[in-house]
Design a protein around this ligand. Structure first.
Ligand code: GTR
Length: 504
C-alpha cells in the first residue's frame, strides 16, 4: 500500500473516532438515568422529548444532553471512558455512521405495512381460540428472540420476611383505612442473593383486594411521604434529587409521590404494591452481571449472546417473582393482580404481562419505543436511538433493526396481542411525541383481532381521540392525557375506571 493512501485512511479513521467519541460522550451520559423524563432532575423546563431532559426545545430536537463525566463515580467514570474509546474505535471505523434524526412527519411515519397478529411464522392465519396457546407461545418466542431476550428457565428460591406491618402515615396523618406492609423478598440461588423491598398498601376494611403492582424509578421512599417507608439501599441515579453518590438520602422521600396517588387509589378499594426497579437490576450497562442477572451466571453467559436477557426482561422477570409473593399474601386477591408501569417500566409491564398470565390486567403508561408504540412508524424515538442510549435494555438481535425498521417482520401490536384475552390499557400524553402517541394507539388497534378471536372487543379507533377523552369500551382501553410524559392522578383515575369495568 502506498504511504499517502495509508495516511489518508488513518486520518479518516481518526476523524470518525473523534466523531464517535462525541456521540458516546452524551449517549453514555444518558445511560443509566433512572428517569430521563424527570425535568426536575436537572432543574430544566419540561420538553416534549423525554429522552432529552432539561434541555431547550432545539436541544431536545437534536436529542442532545451533555452531562460531564466528572459527576459519575470513579469506577463508573473509568469504565465509561474506556468503553467510549473502545466503542468509538470499533464503531467509528466499522460503522462510521450517525443515527438518523428523529422523524415527526406523519406522512413518513404512516408508510409501513404490518403483519396480522393472527399470522404464524409462514404467514398462515390462526382461526380459532384453540390455536391460541400455541400461537401465543410463538409470539412470546418472537419477542424473546428478537427484542427483549429470554429470561432464565432455572428456578430460584423466593423467601419473604415481613419487616413492617402498620398503618399508613400520609400527609402527616395516620390513615386508619390503609395498611402498610414492607416485605423483604429474597431471591436465592447457588449461594447468591438479591433482596427486593416490596411495599404493599392495602385497604384495612376489605378482606381481599385487587392490586395494582408496578416498579418505581427512585426507591419506595420516593413514592409517598410516609416517614416509615424504608430508604432504598440500591443504586440510584445521582442526577435525581436527593441522591448522593448513587445512594438515596432522606431528601428523596416523596419526590415521585405524584406518580403514586396512594390515598386516591386505596379510596377506591384497590391495593398498591411497588418495588424499586434497581433492586432487580440497576439501570446501567454493566455487562449483565449485577442484579438478578448475577443469579444466573450460566444463562446465555456470553454478553454478546444474540438473545440474552436485557434489563427490561430482567425487570419483568422480577415482577413475576414479586407476583409469587403477592399471590400468597393475605388480603391480596391472587386473581386481581394488575401490572402497571410508566415509560421504560411501561415497556416492562407489557413484557411482564405478556409472559405471566397471573397479571389479569396490564397497563402501559407512555411506554413508547420498545413498549406500546409501533417501531415501524419510526416516529419519535427510533430503534437505533433507544439501542444506543440504553444498550442494556434489549437483546443484541434487536440492534439488527437499527435504522432498518423496514426489515422488521414483527412489531409491538403483536406484543399487545400476546396479552389477549386479558384486558390491556394504553395511555399516552399529548406532549410526549417522543413516545409516539398515535403509534401507541395503533398497536392496540392492530392487536384487536386477537381479542375478537376470544369473543372480546378490541379498539376500533385508528385516530387519536381528543385529549382527556378515554376510548375503548371493550378489553383494550386508551387515553391521551393532556400534558407531558408522566404518570399522574388523571392516568390512575382512568386505569381504575377501566379495571372496574373489567371486573377488577
Ligand atoms: C427515555 C427513553 C424512553 C423511555 C424513557 C423513560 O429516555 O428514550 O424510551 O423509556 O427514557 O423511561 O423515562
Amino acid at each position: 500500500m502506498q504511504w499517502p493512501f495509508t495516511i489518508a485512511i488513518v486520518l479518516v479513521a481518526l476523524v470518525l473516532v473523534v466523531l464517535k467519541l462525541r456521540r458516546f460522550w452524551f449517549e453514555f451520559s444518558r445511560l443509566g438515568s433512572s428517569d430521563l423524563s424527570d425535568q426536575e432532575a436537572s432543574g430544566g423546563t419540561k420538553s416534549s422529548c423525554y429522552g432529552c431532559s432539561g434541555s431547550s426545545a432545539s436541544e431536545s430536537d437534536l436529542g442532545i444532553r451533555i452531562k460531564p463525566l466528572v459527576q459519575l463515580g470513579d469506577k463508573r467514570k473509568r469504565s465509561v471512558v474506556s468503553m467510549c474509546f473502545l466503542q468509538a474505535a470499533v464503531g467509528g471505523v466499522v460503522y462510521g455512521q450517525e443515527i438518523r434524526p428523529p422523524n415527526y412527519d406523519e406522512a413518513i411515519a404512516s408508510n409501513y405495512k404490518l403483519g396480522s397478529v393472527l399470522a404464524g411464522p409462514q404467514g398462515e392465519l390462526i382461526e380459532s381460540k384453540d390455536q391460541w396457546p400455541a400461537h401465543r407461545k410463538y409470539l412470546l418466542d418472537l419477542f424473546a428472540d428478537q427484542e427483549y431476550g429470554y429470561g432464565p428457565q432455572g428456578s430460584v428460591e423466593v423467601r419473604m420476611e415481613v419487616i413492617d406491618d402498620g398503618q399508613a402515615v400520609l400527609a402527616g396523618e395516620v390513615q386508619a383505612g390503609i395498611r402498610r406492609r414492607q416485605l423483604a423478598v429474597y431471591l436465592e440461588r447457588n449461594g447468591k442473593q438479591v433482596r427486593i423491598d416490596l411495599l404493599v398498601w392495602s385497604p384495612s376494611d376489605r378482606p381481599i383486594a385487587s392490586c395494582f403492582m408496578g416498579l418505581n424509578f427512585r426507591g419506595n421512599q420516593s413514592t409517598s411521604d410516609d416517614p416509615k417507608v424504608r430508604l432504598t439501599s440500591s443504586w440510584c441515579d445521582s442526577r435525581n434529587p436527593g441522591v448522593v453518590e448513587n445512594r438515596a438520602t432522606e431528601a428523596s422521600r416523596a419526590n415521585q409521590s405524584e406518580r403514586w396517588p396512594i390515598a386516591q387509589i386505596l379510596e377506591r378499594g384497590y391495593a398498591v404494591a411497588t418495588a424499586h426497579y434497581s433492586d432487580i437490576d440497576p439501570d446501567y450497562d454493566d455487562g449483565f452481571e449485577n442484579g438478578v442477572h448475577g443469579l444466573f451466571p450460566e444463562h446465555r453467559s456470553d454478553a454478546e449472546h444474540p438473545n440474552r436477557w436485557g434489563s427490561i426482561a430482567a425487570w419483568a422477570w422480577g415482577l413475576s417473582r414479586l407476583a409469587d409473593v403477592l399471590e400468597k399474601l393475605e388480603g391480596i386477591d391472587p386473581k386481581g393482580l394488575m401490572v402497571v408501569g410508566h415509560s421504560r417500566l411501561g415497556k416492562t409491564a407489557l413484557w411482564a404481562g405478556a409472559n405471566d398470565e397471573r397479571f389479569g390486567l396490564v397497563v402501559s403508561n407512555n411506554s413508547g419505543c420498545g413498549g406500546a408504540s409501533l417501531s415501524q412508524r419510526v416516529y419519535g424515538e427510533s430503534v437505533a436511538r433507544i439501542n444506543t442510549s440504553f444498550p442494556h435494555w434489549f437483546n443484541r438481535n434487536f440492534r439488527k433493526y437499527n435504522d432498518r425498521e423496514d426489515q422488521m417482520h414483527f412489531d409491538q401490536h403483536q406484543l399487545i396481542a400476546a396479552i389477549a384475552p386479558r384486558p390491556v390499557y394504553i395511555a399516552s400524553a399529548s406532549n410526549d411525541k417522543w413516545a409516539d402517541p398515535l403509534g401507541e394507539l395503533l398497536s392496540g388497534h392492530h392487536a384487536s383481532s386477537a381479542y375478537r378471536l376470544h369473543g372480546k372487543q378490541g379498539l376500533d379507533a385508528q385516530e387519536l381521540p381528543a385529549v382527556n377523552t378515554p376510548i375503548g369500551d371493550g378489553s383494550i382501553g386508551y387515553h391521551l392525557r393532556q400534558g407531558d410524559h408522566d404518570l399522574l392522578l388523571y392516568d390512575w383515575q382512568q386505569f381504575m375506571v377501566f379495571a372496574k369495568r373489567n371486573g377488577f
